[in-house]
Ligand binder design. Structure first.
Ligand SMILES: Cc1cc2nc3c(=O)[nH]c(=O)nc-3n(C[C@H](O)[C@H](O)[C@H](O)COP(=O)(O)OP(=O)(O)OC[C@H]3O[C@@H](n4cnc5c(N)ncnc54)[C@H](O)[C@@H]3O)c2cc1C
Length: 369
């Protein structure tokens, strides 16, 4: 059986690796760019199930976290995984009430969460943060982490190739051929025709365009987000932080990454990107005065692939045998899990109970061919 995976972001790369581990499957991974250069390279990459509801979606993301945490043992090392937890606090009363409710819910679901005082965090974890007062309540989620997602995507591709997968990079898929009601070929822009038995659409924010080559329309929203990268001489922080003003995390040696949903909303309303970057810098410097001399080393706008109802779209599309989708927001958290579950579905036809609520068949998938 020959399976083509369209897209070598964290999701497609993970699917390709898990499929290639099966010696009865021939895998070809195709990307119009290089692995990990899509949304995977412009992500805050926070590994979490923190704000995920309802329960089924929370469980899916929790399993996504566990999948990441199992990779170091399976692969021998995981230099892309950055544990250390996440801190959350806010000066906004309504947001604080919401955070308190969320922590209660997460604790009742068995998620690791605890309350600390800001003064204690300054002493034991993050000396440079300027909290409103030493008494400010801070929620601490010790199992959350951030991931160097492009690095992990590249590693999955390396492992897939080691297991025999073929690759076509800098090669866009342009159209698909259907024969006898099944997926049969893919045509690349550069002219190559690839005969296939099955295709996985893991094209991230382009997944609806790839879906239209096959027929079943995929309702997808593209939601942009602004990331600001600051050059720092020291390591001013050791873990993720989410606050009323800015979300900040380390980004490898000499760098921190800043993001905030309120800025993203304004970006989507068309506000000037440069002015928003300056505002993010100012907000970050107020939270971390040691960033006073930090310089902007880069900024990027990432496009979140969000299926219409906000949830993942993972599995076979029953209207078109041989056609599968792996499209999701929170793809950094979910990518490795989706890879394993979808590969199993393709090989055995077995759909994991964790994934059934996220079947692509929940959308109206009448073929338009
Ligand atoms: C600002 C921002 C913050 C985020 N924060 C988080 C977070 O904290 N935690 C989290 O878990 N997730 C987060 N996400 C979401 C997460 O980054 C994405 O869900 C994930 O990266 C999607 O990965 P992907 O592999 O599906 O897509 P991509 O990485 O975009 O990969 C798709 C690939 O398909 C290729 N492609 C497209 N069309 C074609 C074609 N016709 N032919 C061949 N190849 C094609 C592209 O070149 C690309 O490489 C965030 C996203 C953004 C933008």
């Amino acid at each position: 059986m020959k399976v083509a995976v369209v897209g070598a972001g964290i999701v497609g790369a993970s699917v390709a690796f898990r499929l290639a581990q099966d010696e009865n499957i021939e895998v070809v991974v195709i990307d119009r760019d290089q692995p990990g250069n899509g949304t995977t390279s412009t992500s805050f990459a926070w590994l979490n199930a923190n704000r995920k509801t309802p329960r089924e979606y929370y469980e899916f993301n929790l399993a996504g976290m566990r999948e990441h945490l199992g990779l170091p043992e399976e692969l021998g090392e995981a230099p892309w995984l950055n544990p250390g937890g996440n801190l959350m606090w806010t000066t906004d009363e309504k947001e604080l009430e919401e955070l308190e409710r969320r922590v209660r819910r997460l604790m009742s679901w068995g998620y690791r969460a605890e309350w600390r005082k800001a003064g204690e965090i300054n002493k034991s974890l993050e000396p440079h943060v300027a909290f409103p007062t030493p008494e400010t309540p801070v929620a601490y989620f010790p199992e959350e982490a951030w991931v160097d997602a492009p690095r992990l995507a590249k590693e999955f591709i390396r492992l897939a190739e080691k297991h025999g997968a073929e690759t076509r990079f800098d090669a866009a898929v342009e159209s698909a051929g259907i024969r006898d009601g099944r997926v049969a070929t893919l045509r690349l822009e550069r002219g190559e025709n690839i005969p296939v038995d099955a295709v996985v659409n893991a094209a991230g924010p382009e997944a609806d365009r790839v879906a239209s080559m096959f027929g079943p329309p995929l309702p997808l929203a593209r939601i942009s987000g602004l990331l600001l990268r600051l050059a720092v001489s020291d390591e001013p922080i050791s873990r993720l932080m989410h606050t009323h003003a800015a979300n900040i995390r380390p980004d490898g040696v000499g760098s921190v990454l800043v993001h905030h949903d309120s800025i993203d909303q304004r970006l989507q309303r068309g506000e000037d990107e440069e002015a928003l970057c300056a505002e993010l810098l100012d907000r970050a410097q107020k939270l971390l005065p040691v960033l006073e001399d930090a310089e902007i080393s880069g900024s990027s706008v990432g496009i979140r692939p969000v299926p219409e109802d906000g949830f993942s779209c993972v599995g076979s599309v029953s209207a078109l045998p041989g056609y599968y989708e792996a499209v999701t927001h929170s793809g950094v958290t979910l990518g490795p899990l989706i890879g394993r579950l979808l590969a199993k579905e393709i090989v055995s036809g077995e759909v994991a109970s964790l994934a059934t609520p996220f079947s692509p068949d929940r959308f109206n998938r009448n073929i338009r061919l």
